[in-house]
Design a protein around this ligand. Sequence first.
Ligand code: SF4
Ligand code: SF4
Length: 373
Amino acid sequence: MGRDLSVDRKRNLTLVVTHQCNFDCRYCLQKHEDVYMPRETAVKAIDMLVDGLSKIKENPRAQISFYGGEPLLARTEIEYLVTYAREKFSKIKDLKYGFEITTNGLLLDQEFIDFAKKNRILLALSYDGVAQDEVRIKRGGNPTREIVDKKLDMLLKTFPETIIMMTIHPDYASTISESVKYFHAKGVRAVSLVPAHGNRVTWNDDSFAVLSSELEKVKNLYIRWNEGENYFRFIPFENKIRNYIREKDADNAMCHFGCHKLMVDADGKYYPCNHFIGMDGYSIGSVTEGTDEKKIASLESKRVEAKDCEGCVLRPRCRHTCACANHGHTGDMSQVSALQCEYEQLTIRLADDAAAVLLAGENPTFIRRMYKE
Ligand code: SF4
Ligand code: SF4
């Protein structure tokens, strides 16, 4: 903590293009107001990003993510902004860049998928698999699985590496391995997963035990599906394994209050991450005033390591310093929830079990992925 990471601030920008959504997921914590980011606000944010990038001498890299609500409700704006940003980026020597959108899939069509392909947009699909119709329903209550499933087929034809983003509601933790098997059978090769948190869900010992046993099953599938030349990326395990092999501290991946990532709300205010959007006291500047360095320093200074974590051997591999996750779970940026702590221990243990088997065997694709890519 307290390191100067400010040079990275110019590289990762997330634009909250709308607060609105066409879904009503049972764990969602957003308000879904009819708010859209004006074009001039987005353009100012991109100009600020470009200005910062032009001062980076070596290996400039940039990523713009479009976030909601459901970002594709602002599809026309996204298309305009991607074209605008690419035009600006083309003037920066050796710049590597890309765009990212996580969508619920409802508004996806082939035309937008083709636009994404042409414009370096990585599309990730939020889809809870077998539990979809129980937890990810349309506004008004209609089911979504059948339609999202068709969108997934459409996506996979153009982007075989499409990542599925699963959120686990505690009442449906028992469906995890079934869902992962379902995705694998459809040809999906990358799945990410997070347990839902916040005041709309309650985890207890029973539901966590189910989560734990389901992830144990996923570990066995992960081992089987990564044998020989096969591959299947289960992101919660992959991140733990790869970072360990490459000696990367989990703390490096954090947003560090706008140092690694900057989130721009529809009204032009900057926030360190999506969790803090609209919260009094957490804005760290705006498109008109730039970043508020004093505020960033003041927020960083309040982020202290949890007492319980001192001396824990898993510290370098655990996301216990993630201020937004901590705040989301416990209301305190520095306090790790019991759920988060248990989940971190679980994923590290399962990832290590899987890695021990896969690294000991003849599994060239897995080894190449972990050490080289
Ligand atoms: S799709 Fe995303 S933003 Fe919309 S209700 Fe579901 S979780 Fe919330
Ligand atoms: S595993 Fe638990 S105690 Fe250890 S660093 Fe992570 S949150 Fe802290």
